[in-house]
Structures are given as structure tokens and as C-alpha cells.
Ligand binder design. Structure first.
Ligand SMILES: Nc1ncnc2c1ncn2[C@@H]1O[C@H](COP(=O)(O)OP(=O)(O)OP(=O)(O)O)[C@@H](O)[C@H]1O
Ligand SMILES: [Mg+2]
Length: 338
């Protein structure tokens, strides 16, 4: 039996859906290997060991900046997930479709396809999907319409901004900046201001607990443990929401500039459409409180965060699996895509 399976292989999360079954996997893109190189854990279990150096385990995140940085580890991870979710079994042959980010190189794009082929036991990938199209469809945007629509997906490792009009992407841009860089900014800040070393998972937790992109959404403070770099002892630092916002500000500025650079590329008539309808924001980083307010102020247009923004691409992918005809042509990543 053939199963139509859709994959969103992200820097931060791996999400898999199956036509007729919906979302079957949604876990961090992480894997743990033993000293023989065998995969022992994946997803949340592996992610929780990250940065702790567990004995006899090598814990990895095989993507960085939105692209595959370790091909073999990615194949192992995806094939374990396909087996676990029953997508690949003795009687089932997956027909996979994978979404690929906008603006990556041909080599990087091929790696996404080849990972899928290898992980599904040598079966063909029936479609490479343009990720901004999947995101737009997942946000409920009419990609066949004649009004320009602005979509921005800010994930863990990259930001993709695109203007979609009448079946195509008319302007787009990508930068390898996302939630990971916000976490890194927090690590640096705590080190520079408190002389305390924290791991990037702690930094991500700080961002999620008290992070904010706008002063109106600052909330609370958080005590975190880390190692004092001068004494070597474990100490606690009390962090305020406002200082975390300041620590993240340069990265938020870079994200804003990336969106502006795409807006600068479009003709005035299309700008009118876009400014009238506003921007739709998706990707996990869209969950950061106040990011909509901040962008609204800096771009001078309304910004709407879509529901469960981290799921936009996989939601769109699932709809594409059930689609036929014209829509498939529109979303399929052709040679002109990179
Ligand atoms: N409540 C929250 N506040 C701030 N950031 C959040 C929140 N929830 C999730 N994130 C961040 O969202 C990011 C993950 O988003 P997403 O799942 O869209 O990424 P991805 O698709 O795996 O990555 P990419 O598309 O960049 O390769 C992580 O950096 C995570 O810390
Ligand atoms: Mg993504």
C-alpha cells in the first residue's frame, strides 16, 4: 500500500503528516547515537540530553540555518521516525513529499530530496514543495488569488519572507537567522552581564518563559542556574523580561531588515495590495510575545500571527497531499526555485 506522506524537516522540529491520518510526528529535530553509531533516541528524548554530554551518547541536531548539515544523521533520524510512525513498514511504501526552504542552493535542495529517498527505503520523492507556498496554504492564504499577499515564516534557523500573487512567488528572500540566534544572543548576554555560562536549551527556555519583542508585552522575571565563569561554582541569576528583550534586539532588527529588503523589491502597485492586507506571520518564532506589535510598528502595516504558527508548513503540506491539478503545479518546486 502506498502512503502519501508529507515532511517538514526543520532546524528545530521535524514534522510528518500522512494523508488521511493528519500529523503523526512533531518533535525536536534531534538524535542520539551510541558509540557504535547506532541511533538510540530521537525527538524530545534526544533533545533533552542535548548539551549534557551523556555517557556513551553523541547527541546531535542535524540541521542548521534551515538546511541539512549532517546528511547521514538526518537519514538515520528520518528513517527511525518513519518506522516508528508506521509510515514505512513491511507492507507500506511511503510516497513522500518534502517542503524545501526558499533561497537555498541546488546542492542543499538535493540533500532534502536524497534524505527522503534514503530514509524511505529508496522510494522516489513524488514532490518537492516550495516551503513558502506550503506556509501560505497552511495560513489559509489563497495562493491562486490576484491580490498580493505577504507571508513571513520565522523558524528556528531561518526566516523566509515572500510575496505571493496569482499562483506564484513574485518576490522572496531568506536569511539564516531565526530562533536559534535569539537563544545564542541570550547565552552571550548572560555571560557578558553576569559572568554566568548557560546552555542554549536554558536560553531557549528563558526566551519562551519571559522573552518579548515589544516593551508592552514584557512580563515577569526568571531565576536561572549556571556556572560562574570566575569561580566555577553553580550560581543563580535573576533575569528580567526587559533585559532579555534588549539582548534579543539586534537579532530582531536583522529579522525586520530581511522583511524590509523583500518589500523593497516589489512594484508600487503590489505594495499597495500588501500594505492593505498586511502581513501573515508563521513559524515557531511567531509565538514570541510582541513580535507582531514590533513588526507592525517598524513596517507600518498590520501583522497577524496565524493560529499555531509553528504548524503552518505541515498544515499546508497536508492540504497539498490531498490536492490535485493546478494547485500541485503551483506549489511544486521547479528548477527556477532556488
Ligand atoms: N513561545 C515561544 N516564544 C518564542 N519562541 C518560540 C516559542 N515557541 C517556539 N519558539 C521558537 O520557535 C522556533 C522553532 O520554530 P519552527 O518549529 O517553526 O522551526 P523549524 O521549522 O524547525 O525551523 P526552520 O524552518 O528555521 O528550519 C525555535 O527557535 C523555538 O525556540
Ligand atoms: Mg520551518
Amino acid at each position: 500500500m502506498d502512503r502519501k506522506t508529507g515532511i517538514d524537516l526543520g532546524t528545530s522540529h521535524l514534522r510528518v503528516c500522512v494523508k488521511g491520518r493528519g500529523l503523526v510526528y512533531d518533535e525536536p529535530t534531534a538524535a542520539a547515537f551510541n558509540t557504535d553509531g547506532e541511533l538510540t533516541d530521537h525527538g524530545g528524548r534526544a533533545y533533552r540530553m542535548l548539551g549534557k554530554d551523556p555517557p556513551g551518547r553523541d547527541v546531535v541536531r542535524p540541521l542548521s540555518g534551515g538546511v541539512i548539515s549532517n546528511f547521514e544523521d538526518c537519514v538515520e533520524l528520518l528513517s527511525a521516525v518513519m518506522t516508528k510512525t508506521g509510515v514505512r513498514g513491511i507492507l507500506s511504501r511511503p510516497k513522500t513529499a518534502i517542503s524545501v526552504p526558499y533561497g537555498i542552493t541546488e546542492v542543499e535542495c538535493n540533500a532534502f530530496e536524497n534524505v527522503c529517498v534514503a530514509a524511505s527505503g529508496g522510494h522516489d520523492v513524488f514532490m518537492l514543495i516550495k516551503q513558502p507556498m506550503a506556509a501560505a496554504i497552511g495560513c489559509g492564504v489563497d495562493v491562486l488569488g490576484t491580490r498580493g499577499r505577504l507571508i513571513c515564516d520565522i523558524g528556528g534557523g531561518n526566516i523566509q519572507t515572500s510575496v505571493i500573487l496569482y499562483k506564484g512567488i513574485v518576490a522572496a528572500g531568506m536569511a539564516r537567522v531565526g530562533g536559534d540566534q535569539l537563544d545564542e544572543a541570550i547565552v552571550r548576554y548572560v555571560k557578558d552581564s553576569y559572568n554566568v555560562a548557560i546552555g542554549r536549551r536554558t536560553a531557549e527556555n528563558i526566551k519562551i518563559q519571559i522573552g518579548s519583542a515589544h516593551r508592552l508585552t514584557e512580563h515577569g522575571d526568571l531565576a536561572v542556574s549556571g556556572r560562574n565563569l570566575l569561580t566555577g561554582q553553580v550560581v543563580r541569576a535573576l533575569l528580567r523580561s526587559s533585559e532579555i528583550r534588549e539582548a534579543m534586539a539586534p537579532v530582531l532588527e536583522t529579522l525586520t531588515d530581511q522583511i524590509k529588503s523583500v518589500l523593497e523589491k516589489i512594484p508600487p502597485q503590489l505594495s499597495a495590495d500588501v500594505y492593505e492586507s498586511g502581513m501573515t506571520l508563521c513559524g515557531g518564532t511567531a509565538n514570541l510575545p510582541g513580535i507582531d506589535l514590533m513588526l507592525q510598528e517598524k513596517l507600518g502595516m498590520t501583522v497577524k500571527v496565524t493560529e499555531s504558527p509553528e504548524l503552518a508548513v505541515i498544515r499546508g503540506t497536508e492540504k497539498i497531499l490531498g490536492a490535485a491539478g493546478e494547485l500541485l503545479e503551483v506549489v511544486s518546486a521547479g528548477e527556477d526555485y532556488q
